[in-house]
Design a protein around this ligand. Structure first.
Ligand SMILES: CCCCCCCCCCCCCCCC(=O)SCCNC(=O)CCNC(=O)[C@H](O)C(C)(C)COP(=O)(O)OP(=O)(O)OC[C@H]1O[C@@H](n2cnc3c(N)ncnc32)[C@H](O)[C@@H]1OP(=O)(O)O
Length: 203
């Protein structure tokens, strides 16, 4: 059910919101998505739009355009509680150990979920300064996992986040992680402005 979002930027580049179930999603992934999406009804949670840009640049975890082959995910944000929850299904192009997900693919989703959390709940634009991951169990290729991230503390420009990854039924912890995100200074933001999308489409 990806939704075309008009982009004022330039005509040949479409911006498509992929953070919706599609036919490549398993019933488990869809079920968890609908549970998380139900949390948006009373406004506590918001679904973070996951845009595929079909132009030159693409968000790394949205760059495998064959449906179901890469990262299939949706991220939900609770701004008041400074938390993010993500349901992610790992496609067959993400293999590391045979039939299991590459550790770098899991790290990508941890960086993205914590980065999206920081982006939505904190002031200013943050970059990852440090990311530490403990891999507790291998993640089966094709399986669905849940990522739970939160902001633990802020000190000046530093934001400390933690996250853990569970199996779809929540019974098994697959990973846990901590990170440090640093808010860009005014001067750094000025320099970064030329790289930011001109319209409101993020991710
Ligand atoms: C408009 C909408 C468009 C986009 C809408 C997006 C929507 C949402 C999608 C997000 C999805 C992707 C999210 C992925 C997020 C990435 O993947 S970001 C890419 C990977 N990260 C990088 O490339 C960052 C590279 N590093 C840097 O640029 C610089 O080191 C930093 C991080 C900006 C910090 O440098 P700096 O500004 O010079 O600051 P610096 O004084 O060095 O450090 C500040 C403080 O942090 C501490 N610190 C810095 N590094 C460390 C460290 N490694 N360990 C411990 N302490 C540290 C310093 O000690 C210092 O502490 P205090 O002295 O203040 O106590």
């Amino acid at each position: 059910m990806a939704r075309q979002v008009n982009s004022q930027r330039n005509q040949e580049e479409a911006v498509i919101d992929l953070a919706w179930p599609n036919e490549a999603w398993s019933d488990v992934t869809k079920e968890i998505f609908h549970q998380l999406n139900a949390g948006t009804e009373n406004g506590d949670w918001t679904r973070h739009p996951g845009y595929l840009r079909t132009g030159e640049r693409r968000l790394y975890c949205r760059n495998i355009s064959e449906q179901g082959k890469g990262f299939e995910y949706a991220i939900f944000i609770n701004k008041r509680e400074q938390r993010a929850t993500c349901v992610c299904q790992f496609g067959p192009y993400l293999e590391g150990p045979p039939s299991h997900v590459h550790g770098g693919a899991v790290a990508t989703m941890l960086d993205t979920v914590m980065g999206t959390c920081a982006y939505n709940v904190l002031e200013g634009f943050h970059l990852t300064a440090n990311l530490n991951i403990n891999y507790k169990k291998p993640v089966r290729l094709g399986s669905t996992a849940i990522f739970l991230a939160k902001v633990d503390k802020q000190e000046n420009r530093k934001a400390y986040l933690s996250a853990y990854v569970t199996s779809a039924d929540g019974s098994t912890t697959l990973c846990d992680a901590t990170s440090l995100f640093v808010q860009l200074s005014q001067e750094q933001m000025e320099k970064a402005k030329k790289y930011l999308p001109q319209d409101s489409h993020n991710d």
